[in-house]
Ligand binder design. Structure first.
Ligand code: F6R
Length: 624
């Protein structure tokens, strides 16, 4: 996930209120939430020169560079703030990437899945690459098509037919002052319409200071903007009428994509986060491929134990993973809080695979546990959301989640994408070790592919119900969460979200544990969330949890039940039911967690608390 801005203006520089650099840097500032590993711009001057500046680190580093080495004032340009996927967050890998002898500049958001085969062909044709990015491949491919056609729009159209994966691409060429050409597939891009100037952005935040008129760009469409025209074509080259809309956002919320908080936005990012984490994992023969898995297959075949180490929400993702990995791979799997692991003197050796899960990649407790595991001879795989951070760098292999930057302190989209990455790891090991046939793996992957649309329908159909529930219950002083099987870690995560956001005492329990003590907490009006397993899961579990609902109701509890759509059995016992779309038993946490996130966020909001930055917490815990 990266932020993208494009700008063209016909206003003569002498009369212009702003130059391309002003618009690009202002837009990037608003889009910095999308990534801040590096940033860069390219401008085309009126007399046909292309100038580019780029710098690793936050946008302020680029601003300093531009002050020290300004570009010529101009009215055409593109800008990018990066969230690294292919290639570390360095100056060289920062966008724009140049081709055609430095006359063409390209910026990109997304992942080009077939970049390796395209690169091989371009290398064979004598093209020289300077970065490790997939974007540079797109730049050279576009340059090649431009040389062949002499038309940048047509070259972009052809390029989109040659690329696989997800991308928004923007390009400027020294031959064409006053023109920016762009294309999108599975990545966002909108047009902003001005008077004698036009804009492009990953979202409207990029140009909200200049215009409130915008146009949507459809899937696989190519757009060319000049100061007085906007032309959209589809992949066949036929003209397309874009859908226009007016922006009614308050600029202050623009960075949050129009949402009231980053947390709200990140909850809504979850369909995309899951889809992006699944992207590009299958080869042409339907085999799951994890390119990042650089541990020798013979070692992975010989492991006899998996230990997942993580903290907080990431550890709950590990707990969900344990159910899936043990079931699919038949490898004993433990989950341990990273800060406990090292001091317990755990039995870990060359036959142990340690999986370190971390959104930030900088959690000191997890870093220390990784070091300890490697000292004992174990191989370590990092599941991480932050490219180039310490945990993946210090591990033997890294499987990246592609959730995009998570700004709100409480983890939401990172949690779901960590679970997805764990499933991919489990399926990969099952494939490698022969525990599952290719068609069985294909069926599970097929179910996983349906999850983004299911999260979206859950948000569309049930968010208002949960918001209303949270507002009604804002004076609640204690909440219990019960779950079984994969619903148990979901209960723990629901309780953690409420504690950290709303400062309310909350506890998650395995529902089977209720009668062994916690039931004493149930009193008249006690709020209890119960996550009900689906009926097609483990024998009797569904009915056992329904009995738990009855047990707490009989003692006066306010029982809010989360159940699969169509499970009408729960209605007669629950105070209220929140239905989630049906899915495979092991995948259910990707759906049942979402209402609990919304509940915690809204209850905290109703109490007037800052949901993005709860008290006493920090986004990455870099001390032990
Ligand atoms: C809770 C939360 C924390 C983190 C934990 C690990 O909402 O965000 O519990 O999950 O601090 O952080 P990472 O994943 O960065 O290692």
């Amino acid at each position: 996930m990266c932020g993208i801005v494009g700008y063209v203006s016909g206003v003569p520089l002498a009369n212009a209120q702003h130059t391309a650099v002003d618009v690009l840097m202002g837009g990037l500032k608003r889009l910095e939430y999308r990534g801040y590993d590096s940033a860069g711009i390219a401008v085309v001057t009126e007399d046909g020169a292309l100038e580019s500046r780029k710098k690793a680190g936050k946008l302020s580093n680029l601003a300093e560079l531009l002050e020290a080495q300004p570009v010529t004032a101009s009215q055409t340009g593109i800008g990018h703030t990066r969230w690294a996927t292919h290639g570390g967050p360095t100056d060289v890998n920062a966008h724009p990437h140049l081709a055609d002898g430095g006359k063409l500049a390209v910026i990109h958001n997304g992942i080009i899945e077939n970049f390796a085969s395209l690169k091989e062909r371009l290398l064979a044709e004598g093209v020289e690459f300077t970065s490790e990015t997939d974007t540079e491949v797109a730049a050279h491919q576009l340059a090649k098509n431009y040389r062949a056609t002499g038309d940048l729009t047509e070259a972009m159209r052809i390029t989109t037919t040659q690329l696989e994966g997800a991308f928004t691409l923007l390009a400027v060429h020294a031959d064409l002052p006053g023109t920016v050409v762009a294309a999108r597939r599975n990545s966002p891009l909108v047009i902003g319409l001005g008077e004698g100037e036009n804009f492009l952005g990953s979202d409207v935040a990029a140009f909200i200071d200049y215009t409130r008129s915008a146009v949507e760009i459809g899937q696989d469409e190519v757009v060319t903007i000049t100061p007085d025209s906007v032309a959209i074509i589809d992949q066949s080259g036929a003209p397309v009428e874009g859908e226009s809309f007016e922006i009614d956002w308050d600029p202050a919320t623009a960075e949050k994509g129009g949402f009231a908080s980053f947390m709200d936005k990140e909850i809504h990012d979850q369909p995309q986060a899951v889809a992006d984490t699944l992207l590009g994992r299958m080869d042409t023969e339907g085999r799951l491929t994890l390119d990042e898995m650089r541990i020798d297959e013979s070692i992975l075949k010989s492991i006899d134990k998996i230990v997942v180490i993580a903290c907080g929400t990431a550890a709950y993702a590990g707990q969900v993973a344990r159910y899936a990995i043990e079931h699919w791979c038949r490898i004993p799997t433990e989950v341990e809080l990273a800060h406990e692991f090292r001091y317990r003197d755990p039995v870990v050796n060359e036959k142990t695979l340690v999986v370190a899960i971390s959104q930030s990649g900088e959690t000191m407790d997890t870093i220390m546990a990784v070091r300890h595991a490697r000292q004992q001879g174990a191989k370590v795989i990092a599941i991480c959301n932050t490219f180039g951070s310490t945990i993946p760098r210090e591990s033997d292999a890294a499987l990246y989640t592609h959730a995009g930057p998570e700004i709100a302190v409480a983890s939401t989209k990172a949690f779901l994408s960590q679970i997805v990455a764990c499933y991919l790891l489990g399926l990969y090991l099952a494939q490698l070790r022969g525990n599952k046939y290719r068609d069985e793996i294909g069926l599970i992957l097929g179910e996983l592919q349906k999850i983004p649309a299911k999260i979206q329908s859950l948000l569309d159909d049930h968010k208002d119900q949960v918001l209303d529930l949270a507002r009604r219950l804002k004076d609640t002083e204690s909440v219990l969460y019960l779950g079984r099987h994969v619903g148990f870690p979901v209960a723990l995560e629901g309780a953690l979200k409420l504690k950290e956001l709303a400062y309310i005492h909350a506890e998650g329990f395995a529902a089977g544990e209720l009668k062994h003590g916690p039931i004493a907490l149930i009193d008249e009006g006690q709020l209890v969330f119960i996550i009900v397993p689906n009926r097609s899961g483990r024998d009797n579990l569904h009915d056992k949890v329904i009995s738990n609902i009855q047990e707490v109701r009989a003692r006066g509890a306010n029982a809010i039940v989360i159940a699969e759509e169509g499970d009408t059995d729960v209605e007669q016992f629950a105070s209220e039911v929140i239905y989630v779309p049906a899915t495979a038993t092991l995948l259910a946490p990707l759906l049942t967690t979402v209402p609990l996130q919304i509940f915690a966020m809204e209850l905290a909001t109703a109490k007037g608390l800052d949901v993005d930055q709860p008290r006493n917490l920090a986004k990455s815990v870099t001390v032990e």
